[in-house]
Structures are given as structure tokens and as C-alpha cells.
Design a protein around this ligand. Sequence first.
Ligand code: ATR
Length: 286
Amino acid sequence: MPEHPALLPPDVRLAVLGDPIAHSLSPVLQNAGLAARGFPFRYGRLQVAEAEVGQVFQQLRRTCLGWNVTLPLKRAALNLVDEADHEARRLGAVNTVAVRDGGLIGTNTDGRGLHLALDEAFGAGWERKRILILGAGGGAGSAAARYLAAIGVPCLLLANRTPKKLLGLEADLARHTHVETYGWQHLETAFAGAELIVNATSVGLNGAPLDWDSGWLRPDHTLFDLVYRAEPTPVVAWARARGIPAHDGLAMLFHQGVRAFSWWFGDPLPAVAMRRALYAAAGRGQ
Ligand code: ATR
């Protein structure tokens, strides 16, 4: 087998892999943690297309301590690790890999990250609401739906532009909770039946205008966007324009990242330093 050139500089022993990846704030978050703990290595970022991910995992296992996996690689990563923990298996995806004794051990910190971010955004009680997940057929949306069903939310409304992507998910989740599915032409009905709306689509991120009808929103709705790229995201701006409490995914990035750090290095967790660095890089107060 031909030798591949090194993917990362020698002092970079952790990274986030995805496509696209240039926008990712994971390096800021994780490097603040590494510096606080005094580790002599850094965390980088690596653009990896889905077709290359298997080969990249094999290369990184020789030089890295671990890595994060983001879109669109999380589902593929589940089949590429040597061992996936219970959380990764129940979410059907891996977002964090640790190299231990040469083996790749995967977990998923996104569900817990979402949970803590929703606690932060809306306080206790959100988990008793009727929750609509937009884009539930995508990687991020289906993992969120699986997590929420597993913690026992009473009702999930799943909507996806391509409704057939919901078929397997609906069957799996119906064992845990009440599930309703909606195609994109029935979004108005889905919003009418929901209290908390979670956006897991990439709608609006390619610069295309958001063509959702703001009449779908009611004053008692709350909205959470898994995306964190720009402030406000198109979906958050859309909801806030109607006076709806709406939050983006920056807090989720923070909470999943602290738990990833813990998967690699355990206690003590330098969460305060990590949060300060992340929010400063995003140009926000804490
Ligand atoms: P991820 O792993 O980030 O969830 P993905 O699997 O490509 O990425 O899923 C992106 C989600 O956004 C999907 O639910 C996708 O809908 P389809 O399953 O129909 O492709 C949704 N999405 C992307 N662009 C969209 C658009 N313009 N309108 C509606 N849904 C969109």
C-alpha cells in the first residue's frame, strides 16, 4: 500500500472531520480546553468527503488521540469504529472517536449536548412539549429524534422534504413514543400540532431565501436551530421576527464538545475556558 502524506502537522493530535469544515468552531473550543489542561498538542480541522472517510480513519489512528466527526460523516463513522458505545448505537451515529490501545472507540455526545442546550434555552419543561423536528430524515435530525424518543418525550412530529427517508425512523421510534410524520407540503399542519420546533435542515444556509410562511408561527411556539454558523441563522431570524423565542446551536456545540473532551481526557473538564473561547470567537456574550 502506498504511504499517504501526513494529513495533519505532527503537533496536531486531534481534529474535526467534515465537509464543509472551514466554518467549524470546534478547534477554538477544543484548543482552549487543551491549553487549560497544559497539553502539548493541538486540535485541527480536516476537510474529508464521504468517499474518503474510511481511509482517513485508518491514517489518523496511527497519529491521533481521537477526533470529532461532523456532517456528513456521522452515520458512516458508526460502521468505521472498532467499538461503538450504547449512546452511539442508539443514535445511529458517531460524533466522537477515541484511539485507545490502537482501537477506535466511538460515542455520540450530540444528544446530551442538545438536551443541555435546550435546558439552557428554555428551562425545565421543554421535554413535555410536542416537538416538531424539521429535517428528521437527515443525519442530524434523525439522531436528535432518536435521542428525544429515548429520553421519553411524549410526542414527536417528524417532517422531511423527502418523506420516504422517515419510514425506518418512524417504525423505530413508534416503539418509544407517539410519532407523526409530515411531508414538506404539510408543514403548516405540522407547525399547528407542535409547541417546540427543532430545525435540523440546512435550509437557508446556501444563501437561498427562506420561503416559510411566518403565519405558521404562534406566540406560544419556541424554536431551536441546530445550526450555529451566522448570528442569527436564517431560521432563528425568521422566528424572532414574529416574537418567538428562538436559539441557535452554539450552546449545543459547546455542550457536545465538553463531553467529547471528557471522552478523550476525563476530569478535570476545563469547561469555563472552553465556553469563554467559543463565545468570544462567535462574537457573543455568554
Ligand atoms: P445532516 O447530516 O446535516 O442532517 P443531510 O443528511 O444532508 O445532512 O440532511 C440535511 C437535511 O436538510 C435533510 O433532512 C434534507 O432534506 P432531504 O432529506 O429531503 O434532502 C434537509 N434539507 C436540505 N435542504 C433543504 C431544503 N431546501 N428544503 C427542505 N429540506 C432541506
